[in-house]
Ligand binder design. Structure first.
Ligand code: GH3
Ligand code: MG
Ligand code: MG
Ligand code: MG
Length: 329
């Protein structure tokens, strides 16, 4: 299984950028040469202040720093780096001419991961940095796993659309943005017509295939980057259209209604046709703040959807939701 190896091997091409900080010119040149020979992409600076400025400009996953330097010394630099918000972990090795346990403890307490006595021995330098590479690789695989889990937690497993958890987190923020910038926002609720018959006539698996294709049609009909689709219920989807006035949302919904009704849905053993009904509700960004706006907007789209169903299905109904809360003077 991927990620089950507790000590990942280091690919030959995984040599991250390393920032070397050393005030003595000769030591700086010699250590930089050692690092370059070991395959690292080295940038060298001569003091802690320069190092911080360099880190603010470019991310270095590794930092090899001298301890004694004028101005910001190695220990102060470690503390400053640990206080920075950076795109990933920085593995820090302190270079020191000093001896003694108390000294080492001080360096590690300041945030260093390891230390080396100066001048660093070639083999030891490589070995210690390899330890750092393993830690950085573990960090990277953890981050990737977290990203995957995060994505799974907001995605509907069957259709690949967002799920309700995402809706409840995202829609209030989207509405808030819409109010702040006084932009319109509309939601489109759609429900597959007589979907129970698809299951009854062709089986649940065929029903699943239809739902997947239906969701795919919705997702490929929206503007990526701003609009998004949520599986709201079994065969019900909500499309959020930030920036869309209700009139635009109505014509969008009618276009997708037509696309669905003309589409041949592939199931094992043939194709079938379905239709869907739509309810559209538009949010008024100039209305008074309403704490129940998310529920009211969706409820309004739902009552429009019901009217589409009652009106014979395969149709679109929409309304602007006018705030019922009194605007503050
Ligand atoms: P209407 O036009 O009024 O919407 O009729 P309908 O048959 O679509 O509505 P109803 O609510 O009676 O039935 C919805 C069906 O959707 C019932 C349920 O079994 C089915 N369904 C819900 N989720 C899934 C799913 O994930 N896969 C499959 N195959 N069917 C599902
Ligand atoms: Mg020095
Ligand atoms: Mg339904
Ligand atoms: Mg239905």
């Amino acid at each position: 299984m991927e990620g089950s190896n507790p000590t990942p091997t280091i690919p030959a091409d995984f040599k991250p950028a390393i920032l070397l900080v050393e005030d003595e010119k000769t030591s700086r040149l010699m250590t930089a040469r050692q690092l370059t020979r070991a395959g690292y992409d080295v940038e060298a600076v001569s003091n802690g202040t320069e190092a911080l400025a360099t880190l603010a400009r470019r991310f270095f996953p590794m930092l090899l720093t001298d301890w004694d330097m004028p101005g910001l010394n190695g220990v102060a630099l470690c503390k400053a780096v640990r206080a920075m918000t950076l795109e990933g972990y920085v593995y820090i090795v302190l270079l020191t001419a000093r001896q003694g346990k108390a000294h080492v403890i001080e360096g590690l307490a300041a945030g260093a991961d390891d230390y080396l006595t100066k001048p660093p021995d070639d083999g030891e330098l490589r070995a210690r940095l390899n330890t750092g590479l393993r830690i950085l690789q573990l960090e990277q695989s953890l981050r990737a796993a977290n990203r995957r889990i995060q994505l799974l937690s907001i995605t509907d497993a069957l259709t690949g659309t967002y799920n309700r958890h995402y809706l409840m987190e995202q829609l209030p923020q989207e509405i808030e943005r819409s109010r702040r910038y006084r932009h319109p926002l509309s939601v489109v609720l759609c429900d597959v017509d007589h979907f129970k018959q698809v299951n009854d006539n062709h089986g649940h698996r065929a029903g699943d295939e239809v739902l997947k294709s239906f969701a795919h049609l919705l997702m490929s009909s929206i503007r990526g980057g701003s609009d998004w689709v949520v599986r709201y219920g079994g065969e019900e989807f909500l499309i959020v259209l930030p920036e869309a006035m209700v009139a635009n949302a109505l014509s969008y919904a009618d276009k997708i209604r037509a696309t669905v009704s003309e589409h041949s849905f592939q199931i094992s053993g043939g194709t079938l046709h379905v239709t869907a009904s739509f309810g559209v509700a538009g949010f008024d960004p100039l209305g008074a703040p309403d704490p129940a706006i998310v529920d009211r907007l969706i409820d309004r789209a739902d009552s429009c959807l019901l009217r589409s169903k009652e009106g014979g299905r395969n149709r679109v109904t929409g309304e602007m939701l006018i705030s019922t809360v009194e605007p503050s003077p």
